[in-house]
Design a protein around this ligand. Structure first.
Ligand SMILES: Cc1cc2nc3c(=O)[nH]c(=O)nc-3n(C[C@H](O)[C@H](O)[C@H](O)COP(=O)(O)O)c2cc1C
Length: 174
């Protein structure tokens, strides 16, 4: 996705009792999304289903968070992550996402599933905004994407190492 997409800086919100749901195939192409997903993102079902999930990627999301997401789910594990998503009109909304592999009866991964709730504002402000700002700045300091990703991965590894915990433990303790 191009990093030059329109962003307005305007935040959108959804209800505490609402769940934003989507499912993807193994490559991250959307196979299902619920009405809440479509309403907040401002897309029609036709514009989403069959398209890459990065359709709602916000350019201010650090690349290394998605790298971790894919590492977990392709390895058969669940992951919780705070994500800033982009609406079709350039507005954004924050979610706390729980992403899991979907398996058939024999345990083979067929695709992935994400349920998203309203994130805790205090957690966003105290832990996630400063961390993501640092990660994004690190990525942007580098001339190419690959080097930027390597550098931000190193930064988050060092951050977790200093705390002496793994990523999933860090998120669970917030
Ligand atoms: C089930 C599932 C849900 C996802 N949800 C989101 C999401 O809400 N927002 C997002 O930007 N990427 C999401 N992704 C990750 C995207 O597939 C993609 O890796 C990410 O947008 C980065 O895109 P890029 O590699 O083109 O930069 C999800 C992936 C899966 C498998």
């Amino acid at each position: 996705m191009s990093r030059d997409v329109l962003v307005t800086g305007v935040e959108q919100f959804f209800g505490e009792d609402e769940l934003i749901v989507s499912k993807t195939d193994l490559k991250g192409r959307i196979t299902y999304c619920n009405d809440v997903f479509l309403r907040i993102a401002g897309y029609t079902e036709k514009e989403c289903v069959g398209h890459p999930h990065s359709i709602i990627r916000h350019p201010e999301m650090p690349r290394c968070v998605f790298d971790l997401l894919w590492e977990f789910i392709q390895g058969g594990r669940e992951i919780f992550a705070y994500v800033k998503n982009r609406c079709k009109n350039g507005d954004h909304y924050w979610v706390q996402a729980h992403v899991t592999p979907s398996r058939d009866r024999s345990g083979t991964i067929l695709g992935y599933h994400s349920n998203r709730r309203v994130p805790d504002r205090d957690i966003l402000e105290s832990a996630i905004f400063p961390l993501y700002d640092d990660l994004l700045k690190e990525e942007q300091r580098h001339g190419n994407r690959k080097e930027g990703l390597q550098a931000s991965k190193q930064l988050i590894d060092d951050f977790l190492c200093r705390k002496g915990i793994a990523y999933d433990e860090f998120i669970a303790r917030l």
